[in-house]
Design a protein around this ligand. Structure first.
Ligand SMILES: [Ca+2]
Length: 325
């Protein structure tokens, strides 16, 4: 029986497998969309916004492809740093510090976040607003919510995106971002937008797509609300003593600065660490043989933005470089 099943039915199974899926998928997305519209209405989103944002949308194949794509190899931190904290980005960051000095000074004074960090985040996220992603956020999020591996997460982000449109901050057609829904010049996900974006220029709209004051204010507000300490730096590069235990490396292991100093951790120029009694961690993204950094509370705050030591360390290093503008 088994033999006959394979011989006779397998071709039919294969035919069904290859011919049916497109039509099944299409109807699945349509019924998913009907349910999603009902969910949006139940959450208080207006019919006008639901129709403007969701009518006629289709899944975007490129978003599915990008979501499934695995990186061929993982960069080392040294390679990542060379790419991200490069002379062009440093030079442009210094130019931006001069060009938007008035706006940045105002935001720094209000939130207590030094302007070089606002500019560094802007520079790393979107190359100072020049690469914000060309995807329409609503269909991109709908694609991921319908098809993706993290459907619950993206469905929530989609509802947050509809709330932003409904509040009149941006139109559905102008709501552009990355394939995964990170929006505008500082790449806020819709939930981050609703929690942290501000109308810094006071025109009634929170606009992180084209209003620089709103971009700067929103980034600063994000850091402030996540515990930025205006009196502290982010961290610095250090030398570890020989045979420093690997088990003490990582942003979650916190000890007073004095304790690290007594273990032989020193500044890069071999001088002693400053005497303040702050809590600090040691990060070494490429392991004990690579570059090592001692990092403070503000580094942890940058990691709330993006949970990557590569990212947080590069933000700190770029901020240091562009502070001398
Ligand atoms: Ca505004």
């Amino acid at each position: 029986m088994k033999f006959h099943f394979k011989k006779i039915f397998l071709p039919f199974v294969l035919v069904i497998f290859f011919i049916i899926p497109n039509s099944v998928k299409a109807s699945t997305f349509d019924s998913w969309l009907i349910q999603t519209k009902a969910d949006a209405k139940a959450q208080g989103i207006s019919d006008q916004t639901i129709n403007a944002a969701l009518n006629g949308i289709q899944p975007i194949q490129k978003v599915i492809d990008l979501d499934r794509k695995q990186p061929e190899w993982k960069k080392t931190f040294a390679q990542y740093k060379e790419m991200i904290v490069n002379p062009t980005r440093i030079k442009k960051g210094r130019e931006m510090m001069r060009r938007y000095q008035r706006e940045l000074d105002a935001v720094e004074a209000q939130y207590g976040v030094p302007k070089q960090f606002i500019v560094a985040l802007w520079g790393i996220e979107t190359n100072y607003g020049s690469n914000t992603g060309g995807f329409k956020v609503v269909p991109a999020l709908a694609t991921l919510a319908w098809e993706g591996r993290r459907a619950t997460f993206f469905k929530k982000e989609l509802m947050n995106a509809l709330k932003i449109i409904d509040a009149g901050h941006i139109s559905a057609g102008s709501m552009k971002g990355s394939w995964a829904g990170a929006m505008g010049q500082n790449q806020f996900m819709p939930s981050s937008f609703n929690a942290y974006a501000v109308d810094q220029n006071g025109d009634g709209r929170r606009d992180i797509w084209s209003t620089k004051m709103d971009v700067f204010g929103s980034s600063a507000n994000y850091l402030k609300k996540n515990g930025w300490n205006s009196g502290e730096r982010w961290g610095r590069r250090v030398q570890l003593p020989a045979s420093f235990p690997k088990s003490l490396i990582g942003p979650k292991i916190k000890k007073p600065l004095s304790e690290w100093a007594s273990m032989g951790v020193r500044k890069l120029d071999s001088t002693a660490l400053p005497g303040e009694n702050m809590m600090a961690s040691i990060v070494a993204p490429d392991g004990v043989d690579g570059e090592a950094y001692i990092v403070y509370n503000n580094y942890q705050t940058i990691m709330d933005w993006n949970r990557s030591t590569y990212f947080a360390t590069s933000v700190g290093l770029l901020a240091d470089q562009i502070a001398s503008y």
